[in-house]
Structure formats: structure tokens, C-alpha cells
Design a protein around this ligand. Structure first.
Ligand code: FE
Length: 142
């Protein structure tokens, strides 16, 4: 992972070509002891799987898009769940015809550049708990 850090826990990242963004970011958080914070950035990808939660059924619907896209906005947060980094990331990506798709990010494969920032808030006690009303893993602050 190519990165540069400030003295107060902010990072600029250039992810390797052909890596999977969620996995690479989780590994980066683990390696740098980042327990909570935010992440954002842009990328070029050649495939992604997004997730949609249907509030009526509380069932996840996953959909994979296997095509070259520009990630016009990646935004999300970092917390902890079950002793591991928990990333909650949403993505909007533009297609070859300039239309956009997006959603809750499961995976995305870099094909080109992936330039991100991570801000480590240095906060402990930022976890997740399953909420039965929404079917979501909501923030759980201790
Ligand atoms: Fe989400």
C-alpha cells in the first residue's frame, strides 16, 4: 500500500491496481490500528457489487456490475465489530455512457487509480450493534 501520513492521523492512500477496495482498506485499518474514522475518495474500477436493503422485508439484495466505471464518490466510515475493522462505505460510479449507479459497497475491483483519504479519529468505543427494527448494524458508542 502506497500512503503518506500526517502527524495527527490523516492518510493519503494510493491503492494498488487490481486490488479489491474493501479488503485493502480493512487491512490498512488493521495494520495502522485505526479504530474509528472516515474514508473518502475516487477510483477507476472494472467491477463492483452493491447491496440494497429492502426495509419492508429486511432482506439484502446484492447486485454485481462487471464493467469499467469511474467512482465519482466513495464515502464512508470506520468502526469496529467483533474485534475487526468494520467499514460502512457507499459509492456512486459513472458508466461509459456517463449515467451513474451506486449503493452500499460490498466489493469493487480497482482498474486504474484508487486515491483515498482516511482520517483516524482516534476514538475507542465506536462499535456496531444489530438493530432489529431496521435490520442494520448501527453505530454503538460505548
Ligand atoms: Fe449502507
Amino acid at each position: 500500500m502506497n500512503y503518506k501520513a500526517t502527524k495527527d492521523g490523516r492518510y493519503l492512500l494510493s491503492l494498488p491496481n487490481h486490488c479489491e477496495i474493501s479488503t485493502a482498506l480493512s487491512e490498512f485499518c488493521e495494520e495502522h490500528g485505526i479504530l474509528s474514522g472516515i474514508v473518502g475518495g475516487i477510483a477507476a474500477i472494472n467491477g463492483a457489487t452493491f447491496r440494497f436493503l429492502d426495509p419492508a422485508t429486511k432482506q439484502y439484495v446484492d447486485k454485481t456490475f462487471a464493467e469499467q466505471m469511474e467512482v465519482t464518490c466513495l464515502t464512508g466510515n470506520i468502526s469496529r465489530k467483533d474485534g475487526k475493522p468494520y467499514l460502512h462505505i457507499h459509492v456512486t460510479a459513472s458508466r461509459r455512457d456517463y449515467s451513474c449507479i451506486g449503493g452500499h459497497l460490498l466489493t469493487a475491483n480497482v482498474n486504474g487509480a484508487c486515491e483515498l483519504f482516511v482520517e483516524d479519529y482516534g476514538l475507542e468505543g465506536v462499535g456496531r450493534r444489530f438493530d432489529t427494527e431496521t435490520g442494520l448494524n448501527l453505530y454503538d458508542f460505548k
